[in-house]
Design a protein around this ligand. Structure first.
Ligand code: ADP
Ligand code: MG
Length: 374
């Protein structure tokens, strides 16, 4: 067992950590922080919701000086995640004069250029918009000493590989590179061999990819009864906040409307909404103004909202890794969470491949009957 006070980091950062209410390091923080502080490249793998952001965030903000140029660059797969990571780093720099800036598509580029000109030490961005700034020469990366690829597997899944490689080529070869992910598929390993120097693998509970605080269950449903089954399931559960995943944007819109029509307080989140619409929906969800967030995978990656008690896969994910990420939206920071998956008969093969990925069987339950709900 180690304590934050034993880490070789400045008092300013320690004080900020305590202000955040963190009492002791999580396992990935305990193992990764000393290795990162020693200057080595690190591949960090740990279950969702186990504090990977602070695992790289603490050493990054500790190293960054108040000099006004970009010293650390963090790549995230989505806009929401860029904002969230930036927020967490801002809390860690409470006692340092350091600016963190999230940079993502959908936000005015001139606004970002102005903010960059004011002097920013840490940039957190999505690969697409970052390459845009590099092309326009509005972001200079020559003095960057640390690059972090957060949720690296997601970035590759989303087709960002070329942008990521283009960005990494812009950064000084002497840099320290950190890569964090909940899953470690072969393309990630390839990327790390190519762009990292003797990376140290820091992995927590390799065999177990889902957090033990998440209870998982699946329901066999018929395609034509799916909506009714969903409603009966959610009516029989005590839900504080729930995220319901659909496969497509169209599916999100349709389900959102159907649930609203039945009186549920729900709103949808997907990639076709404007950035301000997305921000607005996320804000309502964080404030508990809505109870259900209906989302596609793209919109919900990495999202960390307290009190998400339930993740419901209305459409089972086709890709087992996506299952791990989806259900990781609940059961965060040791809290309990429930992951419920609706499975139609022809989707049983997807369920089996998910069970292979998470290396455990998912128990099944019957959809509550109408009488049971009332
Ligand atoms: P991950 O990136 O591994 O999915 P996050 O970094 O988003 O997880 O962290 C999940 C939650 O746990 C966040 O709300 C974060 O503030 C909180 N957290 C992180 N480290 C600690 C800690 N040492 N003690 C208490 N809470 C923590
Ligand atoms: Mg994360």
């Amino acid at each position: 067992m180690s304590y934050f006070k034993d880490f070789n980091i400045t008092e300013q950062v320690k004080k900020a950590i305590y202000d955040m209410g963190f009492e002791e390091p999580s396992p990935i923080q305990e193992k990764a922080i000393p290795v990162i502080l020693s200057g080595e490249d690190v591949i960090g793998q740990a279950q969702t919701g186990t504090g990977k952001t602070a695992a790289f965030g603490i050493p990054v903000v500790d190293k960054v000086t108040e000099d006004r140029y970009v010293q650390a660059l963090i790549l995230t797969p989505t806009r929401e995640l860029a904002i969230q990571v930036s927020g967490e780093l801002q809390k860690l720099t409470k006692y340092k004069k350091i600016r963190t800036l999230p940079i993502y598509g959908g936000q005015s580029i001139s606004h970002q250029i102005r903010a960059l000109k004011q002097g920013v030490q840490v940039v957190i961005g999505t690969p697409g918009r970052l390459t845009d700034h590099i092309r326009r020469q509005t972001l200079s990366l020559d003095k960057v000493h640390t690059v972090v690829l957060d949720e690296a597997d997601e970035m590759l899944d989303m087709g960002f590989i070329e942008d990521i490689e283009a960005i990494l080529k812009q950064v000084n070869g002497e840099r320290q590179t950190l890569l964090f992910s909940a899953t470690m598929p072969p393309p990630i390993k390839k990327l790390s061999y190519k762009y990292m120097k003797k990376p140290q693998l820091v992995a927590i509970s390799k065999g177990e990819v889902t957090a033990p605080s998440i209870n998982q269950v699946y329901y066999k449903v018929l395609e034509r009864n799916k909506l009714d089954s969903l409603c009966r399931i959610i009516d029989s559960e005590e839900i504080d906040l729930g995220i319901i995943f659909c496969r497509t944007k169209k599916g999100v819109s349709e389900l959102t409307e159907a649930l609203q029509a039945r009186g549920y307080i729900a709103d949808g989140l997907h990639g076709d909404l404007t950035q301000s619409q997305r921000d607005n929906v996320m804000k309502k969800f964080r404030d508990s103004t809505i109870e259900f967030l209906i989302a596609t995978d793209v919109a919900a990656r990495g999202i960390d909202v307290d009190n998400v008690t339930h993740v419901i896969n209305y459409d089972i994910p086709q890709d087992p890794e996506s299952y791990v990420h989806r259900i990781g939206r609940t059961g965060r920071a040791g809290r309990k969470g429930l992951a419920l998956t609706l499975v139609t008969p022809r989707e049983m093969k997807h369920l089996r491949s998910i069970e292979d990925e998470i290396k455990m069987p998912i128990p099944s339950e019957n959809v509550p009957t109408f009488a049971e709900v009332i």
